[in-house]
Design a protein around this ligand. Structure first.
Ligand code: NAP
Length: 244
């Protein structure tokens, strides 16, 4: 049976981990790509358990050589890349006045430049097939702004802009490019927030619960499917109503 190949960055834990498993359950072969060998292998093992074909890439999205080499290895081993999920992301929060230049640079390098590096590397394979899906994991704050996250918010707003550019550039080759803007999702990234911030966030969510990685993975599964063929350049908000 023909399986499409999906490459998920930041698949070692959190939202990316859930996306990798969700796509595997829906008959995609999944490439698990994140910097740490051992964590990638653990996720790959879970994918094998669920019956899928997989490979791991020990890859830093901000390093162009690492990206080029990794994508080359996938093409050699799997022969194709149909779906790219740009999920890798970090935070380095501080008020703008006190933000260290290296924290600004690192967040932009991984969250925004990293997504561009990945897209640029996979586009030729998708163009050849005349089929592709690029799904960028942005954030609610990329549309709302947020105190203490100038680097992160700028990276996510940039990712939404990148999504719209790529959607226009690639539409004629039947490649769709969309962003998902998650609200507050329970992962390691949000676990570190002080309780008072969590309480304030919860009060802002009309559906009265925090999101789970599965809420995002469901939206990715949809955008990767044939059912989403006529959706491109969209920002899908999965945020419990936090921002409308
Ligand atoms: P997480 O639990 O902190 O996981 C982040 C993932 O990114 C990890 O797999 C990490 O790998 C990987 N990563 C970090 N730097 C990387 C690099 N240079 N190259 C490749 N992979 C790298 O975060 P999460 O909450 O699942 O977030 C996933 C995405 O959703 C991020 O883009 C985040 O901005 C976005 N998002 C999250 C929320 C939320 O509430 N959680 C809300 C909105 C948007 P290691 O395991 O090796 O560190």
């Amino acid at each position: 049976m023909f399986h499409r190949v999906a490459l998920v960055t930041g698949a070692s834990r959190g939202i990316g981990h859930e996306i990798a498993l969700m796509l595997c359950r829906h008959q995609f072969d999944v490439v698990v790509a994140s910097p740490e060998v051992e964590k990638n292998e653990e996720v790959a093992e879970e994918i094998r358990q669920c019956g899928g074909t997989t490979m791991t890439l020990d890859l830093d999205v901000s390093n162009r050589d690492s990206v080029k080499q990794g994508v080359g290895a996938v093409m050699t081993q799997m022969g194709r890349i149909d779906v790219l999920v740009n999920n890798a992301g970090i935070t380095r929060d501080a008020l703008s006045m006190r933000m260290k230049p290296e924290d600004w640079d690192r967040v932009i390098q991984i969250n925004l430049t990293g997504a561009f590096n990945m897209a640029q590397a996979v586009i030729p394979a998708m163009m050849k097939e005349r089929w592709g899906r690029i799904i960028n994991i942005a954030s609610v704050v990329g549309e709302m702004g947020n105190v203490g996250q100038a680097n992160y918010v700028s990276s996510k707003a940039g990712l939404i802009g990148l999504t719209k550019c790529l959607a226009q550039e690639l539409a004629s080759r039947n490649i769709t490019v969309n962003a998902i803007a998650p609200g507050y999702i329970e992962t390691d990234m949000t676990a570190v927030l002080p309780q008072e911030v969590k309480d304030r966030m919860l009060a802002m969510i009309p559906l009265k619960r925090f999101g789970q990685p599965k809420d995002i993975a469901n939206a990715v599964k949809f955008l990767a499917s044939e059912d989403a063929a006529y959706i491109t350049g969209a920002v899908i908000r999965v945020n419990g109503g936090m921002y409308m």
